[in-house]
Write a protein that binds this ligand. Structure first.
Ligand code: GLU
Length: 469
């Protein structure tokens, strides 16, 4: 191919952005970047129930979040499939005039009856030689030639389809509207697409679409079908069963860079022994030929592990900035007056190493800002059930009233209190942690207590003792 490559991403709007679509978009974007080509965004909006401007904006926003920036010179579009209906219909008529398509007036009941009678499922080509013209309720069908269709797929290699297994498929519906198979090809030809990189579920469409390309006298594109995404049970990701919306992961506090890196590794791996690599490395190394054929497991735990790595790699100030949306969200436990950004900056390093998603941050630091420890009942029951809890807290209150106020000495004091009772620090700190933070897990305890200060710490221990009494 001599001209510059033109790739495209052609989502059908669904109201949210599927992580599988995000992976497909990124593969196209990475290739366009490496090959010096163009990434065309085409919204396949011919289904009117799926035609809403907010959804289109949602797609553009989601792509932008992934770094697929519509202002980039590499980006072209968005185009709208619905605006091209005339071209789709004209192509269909051309196929009819050339003899590649014919009209058929059978109803679906009649088709079923014929299939039942012959024992062969599907449409049997009944109208092929009936020379019908266009008419109300007539569908236009493609005349599938005899022989074999070979699809050269960059991911899967050569895939062969016996044409006798493909029925004469519909190009125009009875109401004259174009079918997806046709519209999608006509748009690809019109937009001079050279590479069709898309989800594996479209592979059965490909022999039919390649026939349309050929019949319209165009050189079919390079095809690549990327593997389906599955959940832990190896079932295809579905919006009913699984969390599939990119927006949801964003809201949970997955960083865009981590998401991009993780999505790229679903079916492909960068060279070397780490999968965590920069975008430029992925662009340089990504090849469709090395994409796996087998389904890719969308592993939320692995995504979160990637995200944890990306979070830890942030500079302290970038981490603080990245946390902002979750600190000012409407569901935080504190009032705006209680929140102190300087305190957050102080404690941020304690949690940066501990969070997997930024959505966890607020509940890890809320106890610094609230007037009282936000006691979680289950944590309380777990930590305070021992017979020594009260006694330990009591002694702690006395010692903490006078000891040096730094995390080392706060720790030593509690260690000594534990030692007197033959209790390890891990055990003896549980009631104190719940008294101070409200929960059994959280940031490092003694650093937290140091930041909280003597007065508030003693107040919380007293409150816990009161509650225990
Ligand atoms: N609109 C189709 C979809 O969202 C994509 C078709 C294609 O990429 O060729 O599944």
């Amino acid at each position: 191919m001599t001209s510059a490559p033109r790739l495209r991403f052609a989502p059908s709007p669904t109201g949210f952005f599927h992580v599988g679509g995000a992976r497909t978009a990124l593969y196209n974007w990475a290739l366009a970047e490496r090959l010096g080509g163009t990434f065309v965004l085409r919204i396949e909006d011919t289904d009117e129930s799926r035609n809403s401007p907010e959804w289109t904006q949602g797609i553009i926003d989601a792509l932008g979040w992934l770094g697929i920036n519509s202002d980039s010179p590499q980006f072209e579009g968005p185009y709208f499939q619905s605006h091209n209906a005339d071209k789709h219909i004209a192509a269909a008529h051309r196929l009819f005039e050339q003899g590649n398509a014919y009209w058929c007036d059978l109803t679906s009941e009649q088709i079923q009856e014929r299939a039942k009678a012959s024992g062969k499922p599907g449409y049997d080509g009944f109208s092929r030689d009936r020379a019908l013209g266009a008419g109300i309720g007539h569908v236009l069908r493609f005349r599938v030639p005899q022989g074999l269709t070979v699809v050269h797929d960059l991911v899967r290699g050569e895939v062969q389809f016996a044409n006798e297994t493909i029925e004469d498929f519909v190009l125009l519906r009875g109401n004259g509207s174009p079918m997806f198979l046709l519209a999608n090809v006509v748009d690809d030809i019109d937009m001079a697409i050279t590479h069709v990189v898309r989800a594996e579920e479209h592979l059965p469409n490909t022999p039919k679409q390649q026939m349309i390309w050929n019949a319209l006298g165009a050189q079919p594109p390079l095809w690549a079908h990327v593997p389906v995404l599955v959940n832990e049970q190896r079932k295809k990701l579905s919006k009913r069963r699984d969390k599939v919306a990119l927006e949801q992961y964003k809201a949970d506090g997955i960083l865009a860079d981590a998401m991009v890196n993780y999505l790229m590794t679903l079916g492909w791996a960068p060279h070397g022994d780490t999968e965590i690599v920069s975008w430029s490395t992925m662009v340089e190394q990504f090849r469709l030929e090395s994409v796996n054929h087998s389904p890719a497991f969308f592993d939320v735990k692995k995504l979160e592990a990637f995200n944890g790595d990306y979070i830890r790699a942030l500079s302290p100030s970038d981490f603080i900035a990245a946390c902002q949306p979750w600190l000012t969200a409407s569901d935080v436990a504190w009032t705006p007056a209680q929140f102190d950004v300087a305190v957050f900056a102080l404690v941020a390093p304690l949690i940066q190493t501990r969070v997997a998603v930024l959505g966890e941050v607020a509940s890890m630091v809320d106890f610094f800002f609230l007037a009282e420890a936000p006691i979680d009942d289950a944590s309380w029951a777990k930590a305070m059930s021992s017979e020594w809890a009260r006694d330990v807290l009591d002694e702690c209150a006395r010692e903490y009233a006078t000891c040096d106020w730094n995390h080392d000495s706060l720790k030593l004091v509690l260690e000594a209190i534990g030692a007197k009772r033959d209790l390890k620090l891990g055990k003896v700190q549980a009631p104190l942690r719940v008294a101070i933070t409200g929960r059994t897990v959280g940031p490092p305890l003694f650093e937290s207590i140091e930041f909280l200060g003597r007065d508030r710490t003693l107040g919380r221990i007293d409150a816990a003792l009161l509650r225990l009494a």
